[in-house]
Design a protein around this ligand. Structure first.
Ligand code: UT7
Length: 316
């Protein structure tokens, strides 16, 4: 027994920041950002917290699934930009949506949504849960170095969620890790008077070009891997939902995979990179706009801090 996706939800903070807005506060331009990343605008929090966004996305997903919070057996939550290191942000979502089940955070950078689905698969396989909420929320604006134009322009805020029930629709997954700090958000270094040196500032640090190469290579390998696992071909897949880190990464992977136009979903233009929330946000957009039908095969593919990457196949 594995799971099927019963419902989806998202929350995007209303405040839009365009590339021109950014060019007023840092040395950048709409032309550079569009050409190098494809991003035109992103949404950022003004008063919303990470948990606030997660709660709204969770409520939307529960409503979409027709599931009451009291039915949930487990809540998992991913974030790289949570309001707290402890308690787990999931615990606050549990209280605010009125659930009583166990809840915990899964930390794995941008790919965390897929690592979380794989954990969820294990709970269903052991027969420990019948209904589960998986939510990803990212307030990247809180962890960005706003003096670093190389990273400040590419991320955005948002949340996405799915409600899972028993089913056999999670067909396969591939997870990959190559331990590295090429992308990192160091924790606040603390105040110990005994330390002899201090860690980097607690903002996003990224080696962009190394990550770019890793991303394209892994997307192609992971997608080919999950297709091989299932015996499906690219023609059988209704949508590939790739991590939205750079339009050039998506286009390079599309070319190598020889994928048809439109197969790889793109919304980076409007949101930038919302880290682990990216795939559930894309999924909710496709679901609510009627672009997924029962029986459709979907591939999710992601990469990022870890360095790690993952792909899976889900039947709708
Ligand atoms: O989800 C996490 C996964 N992350 C990723 O997948 C990110 C992957 N990497 C990338 O998407 C790209 O490497 C970036 C978008 C981050 C950077 O693009 P790039 O084409 O690799 O640019 P670069 O870092 O090599 O910089 C090229 C030039 C530099 O100027 P010089 O040294 O050639 O004079 C930068 O200073 O572009 C400059 N630059 C900018 N210029 C205007 C860097 N950022 C900006 C900016 N505006 N925002």
């Amino acid at each position: 027994m594995s799971f099927k996706i019963l419902g989806t939800g998202r929350f995007i903070p209303p405040k839009v920041v365009t590339n021109d807005d950014l060019s007023k506060i840092m040395d950048t331009s709409d032309e550079w950002i569009v050409e190098r990343t494809g991003i035109r605008e992103r949404h950022v929090c003004t008063e919303e917290t990470t948990v606030d966004m997660a709660v709204e996305a969770a409520k939307n997903a529960l409503e979409n699934a027709g599931v009451d919070p009291s039915e949930l057996d487990m809540i998992l939550f991913t974030t790289s930009s949570g309001d707290y290191t402890t308690p787990a942000n999931a615990c606050l979502v549990q209280a605010r949506i009125g659930a009583t089940c166990p809840a915990m955070d899964v930390v794995s950078g941008c790919p965390a949504f897929l690592f979380m689905l794989d954990c969820a698969d294990g709970y269903f396989a052991r027969g420990r849960v019948k209904k589960m909420l998986c939510v990803s929320a990212e307030r990247m604006s809180r962890v960005l170095d706003w003096d670093d134009r190389g990273t400040a322009v590419i991320f955005g805020d948002g949340a996405g969620a799915v409600v899972l029930g028993e089913g056999d629709n999670y067909l396969t997954s591939r997870l990959f890790v190559k331990g590295s700090t090429a992308i990192q958000i160091p924790n606040y270094d603390g105040k110990s008077p005994f330390y002899t040196s201090h860690a980097e500032t607690p903002w996003v640090h990224m080696q962009g070009q190394e990550t770019f190469r890793f991303a394209v290579t892994r997307m192609v390998k992971d997608i080919r891997g999950v297709l091989e696992d299932t015996g499906l071909t690219m023609d059988d897949i209704r949508h590939i939902l790739p991590h939205q880190a750079n339009l050039r990464i998506i286009e390079a992977a599309k070319k190598r995979l020889k994928a048809r136009d439109g197969l790889l979903y793109v919304n980076i233009t409007r949101y930038g990179n919302t880290s682990s929330a990216t795939i559930p946000i894309s999924l909710d957009e496709l679901n609510r706009s009627g672009q997924i039908k029962e029986g459709d095969y979907l591939v999710f593919s992601t990469f990022g801090a870890g360095l790690s990457s993952a792909a899976c196949v889900v039947r709708w």
